[in-house]
Design a protein around this ligand. Structure first.
Ligand code: C5P
Length: 395
């Protein structure tokens, strides 16, 4: 795939490095063109470093005196992706204006163009914007509509640029590229479990579910169908290829895994399952009477162990280990004890790794005796590393 990403001046430009990375990982060649105002939102150095290509901004490269040839750009690319596409750039595209390199490239495109809008909710509903989008659709441009959510202005509504994983899926759909997990179903457990003590209290932990949801998004982008079984979380994800099942307790999570496991090629068990649950659940709220309250706890079922002990030859189980001491030894012991193919260690000793954070630092160990240490990264990038590893392991 030869992709040009056209970046116009919107806050959502901060998501483009992830898109470039995803595209490069999927084997695409990527070149980027920024509108002059996009430079205020994202550094051309970042874009150039990640794409490994010079960045086009002006018609002339002032340093070298060279002409940035929009015709050559238009001939080179299989697809022009304009993301984020601002109301201004969309309006200019709809009228045929050509006052920057990106617009000139759009007018020179031999192949398709995908527009991924990002703007505030009132702009997104404005009749002139809707008219321009209608015009672009008539002109043969594909639009990936903005999603609903919190906007940079603090308002809530439609206008958020779609996430990089969704943009990648759309690009692959348009170009119908091969995807390594196509035809596979991936089961993922995510989030914490809550084990009730009485009708209003529970035993739980502060797992956010972010890692599991990032894994689900990446698996979808790589072509898989995903069954995501999640404990209580604020994370959300919708996609045609996703079946999301919400559970509360470890017993409920295990029941769903048992129901879905047979149809899956692999299971990634990222849920922070409570190790113990109260032996009995009080029907009524426990009163504050005595100075000391004893709650008897019993062990929860081990979900990944069940899947590992019930896997067919072609099924993989992948688990996580969150350790504070003797990390490597404990992770290797868990890999063996739970009969898993791969274990991903994330250490609470690492700054920026673990629960509730957006970043993670992992080391992967596998049943063949291989190990790989990764840098501290955003959980979305960690998810890509994990799937790269799994795909390589299963070759
Ligand atoms: O034993 P520990 O909780 O450290 O093991 C972590 C791994 O086992 C994770 O992959 C977690 O999702 C999984 N696990 C599970 N069921 C449990 C406990 C942990 O699937 N009851």
């Amino acid at each position: 795939m030869r992709i040009i990403i056209g970046i116009s001046g919107g806050i959502a430009a901060y998501k483009i490095p992830f898109l470039i990375r995803l595209l490069k990982k999927s084997g695409a060649e990527v070149k980027c063109i920024l509108t002059p105002s996009a430079v205020d939102f994202i550094s051309p150095i970042v874009v150039s470093a990640l794409s490994n290509e010079p960045v086009g901004i002006d018609f002339w490269n002032k340093e070298t005196g060279e002409w940035n040839n929009h015709v050559a750009y238009g001939e080179w690319a299989d697809l022009l992706v304009i993301a984020p596409a601002t109301a201004n750039t969309i309006a200019k595209m709809a009228t045929g204006a050509c006052d920057n390199l990106l617009l000139a490239t759009y007018l020179s495109m031999r192949n398709k163009t995908l527009v991924v809008p990002a703007m505030d909710l009132d702009m997104y509903k404005h009749p002139s914007f809707l008219r321009n989008i209608e015009q672009l659709t008539k002109d043969g441009v594909t639009i990936l509509p903005a999603s609903e959510g919190e906007l940079a202005s603090g308002l809530f509504g439609q206008g958020r640029m779609e996430e990089p994983e969704i943009i990648l899926t759309k690009i692959q759909e348009i170009l119908k590229t091969k995807t390594p997990l196509l035809g596979k179903t991936v089961l993922i457990t995510a989030g914490p479990t809550h084990e009730a003590i009485d009708p209003v209290r529970f035993i739980g932990n502060s797992s956010s579910g972010k890692m599991g949801f990032a894994l689900a998004e990446t698996a979808i982008a790589l072509g898989a169908k995903v069954v995501l079984i999640s404990g209580p979380t604020n994370c959300t994800l919708t996609h045609d290829a996703l079946e999301i099942i919400h559970v509360t307790t470890a017993d409920e999570m295990l029941a769903e895994v048992k129901a879905k496991w047979e149809a899956c090629s692999m299971g990634i068990f990222s849920a922070a399952v409570a190790d113990y649950k109260p032996a009995t659940v009080s029907d009524t709220k426990i009163k504050k009477v005595d100075d000391v309250l004893h709650i008897e706890l019993v062990k929860n079922p081990d979900i990944v162990s069940w899947a590992s002990n019930n896997k067919k030859e072609n099924q993989l189980t992948i688990g996580f280990a969150l350790e504070t001491n003797n990390e490597k030894e404990n992770a290797l012991e868990k890999l063996k004890k739970k009969n898993m193919n791969i274990i991903i260690l994330n250490s609470l000793n690492e700054k920026g790794a673990g629960f509730e954070k957006d970043t993670n630092k992992i080391t992967i160990f596998d049943s063949k005796g291989d190990t790989k240490i990764f840098d501290l990264k955003h959980k979305k990038s960690v998810a890509i590393d994990i799937f790269d590893y799994i795909i390589e392991y299963s070759k």
